[in-house]
Design a binder for this molecule. Sequence first.
Ligand code: SF4
Length: 222
Amino acid sequence: MPRSYVAEARKHVGPKRARIRPIIERLAIEHQDAAIALAFRSPLELLVSVMLSAQTTDVNVNRVTATLFEKYHAPEDYLAVTPEELERDIYATGFFRQKARSLRGTMRMLIEEFDGEVPATLEELVRLPGVARKTANVVAAELGRAQGVVVDTHVRRLSQRLGLTKQEDPVKIERDLMKLVPREDWARFPHLLIWHGRRVCDARRPACERCVVSDLCPSSRV
Ligand code: SF4
């Protein structure tokens, strides 16, 4: 049983199938600006930004890519420099060796198998070196081709607190959410939970008293 469940008193709020639409509608009104926080101008910049965002903040990634994208425009550019130079250019995002290796492998595959373009299917995206399902989901969703639901730490915590899943494993949580969330909302739903998580439903101190879905939330303290 997830900790967030055990720790908080459960309220009777009705079945999740009946709650999901009002939850989405209210959060969409509350967080109209909910969108990806990474700065990018092309599918390639999106892919690179998402790959660099592992284990660091979006703000940090944007700081690094502001200069990076002035220098690297096409997949070939990432292979035209030495691995050490690329490592230096992305150093501030952390795990720079591993990320540089993944970027170079990905660029090579983009050139060799995808005509230098970023593919939009999950199946193809996860073949790219260093691109796991979460990264692939984020990229596909931003390209307008959501094929799953992104599950990060906020989505996991809020889905559990809202009683939308009892799972702990992100893959199983995603499976539950894909069954529950209408397909047309797969792309924006994670953004709504992420922004609600940052602004209201904090990991340690959820502000239930000013939460727009508190009457729909089994974990509400009000
Ligand atoms: S802040 Fe809202 S979503 Fe989070 S536990 Fe409280 S009522 Fe539930």
